[in-house]
Design a protein around this ligand. Sequence first.
Ligand code: G3P
Length: 217
Amino acid sequence: MKFFVDIADVEEIKKAIELGVCDGVTTNPTLVMKSGKSQEEAVKEIAKALGDRPLSVEGISDDAEGIVKEAEEFVKWGKNIVIKVPMTKEGMRAVVMLSKKGIKTNVTLVFSPSQALIAAKAGATYVSPFVGRLDDISEDGMQLVRDMLQIFRNYGLETEVIVASVRHPEHVVEAAKAGAHIATVPPKVLEQLWHHPLTDKGIKTFKEHYEQTKKWD
Ligand code: G3P
């Protein structure tokens, strides 16, 4: 499974690249705002740091023509730009237009299997089910992921599933067990994935025992 990092902070992204856990990045207007930079500045900087890895960028237009216009500007900012498009009728019209132009898309705010199927039929490169936000309203976010993967497999659809709105390590593990192509993970959750208290305890014990044997030199 590929890991994308769900952040617009270039320093965090560089750290994840160094650790080998960054196959791409997803941003949204909220994350860019938190970075304290303008959309253009943040996107250009991240796109450069990522090299060939994909970077999802989100605009604010509601109509297809507006989404395409924004997309045509965003793709000038890096060779790896993917356009986040909201799951609406106008959004899907934009996905059809963008895929004809060879511009990659990530259909976002997906909350049902039927939305995922429609996005894939429109030619989306990626679809992003928001599992945490479904869990928040007492629905089963990961069941949505399983359902859409089954539908895509049934018909050999090439659209990749990015599990988004990831809130804890279990979401990542369940996404991997379901066979999701990608999980987009905030740095806080990425950090939690590394740790296990028995690893720390084991390292400490081995160090103590090594020191003990050194005394016997
Ligand atoms: O990039 C979208 C996303 O992952 C949102 O997550 O935690 O705001 O639901 P969250």
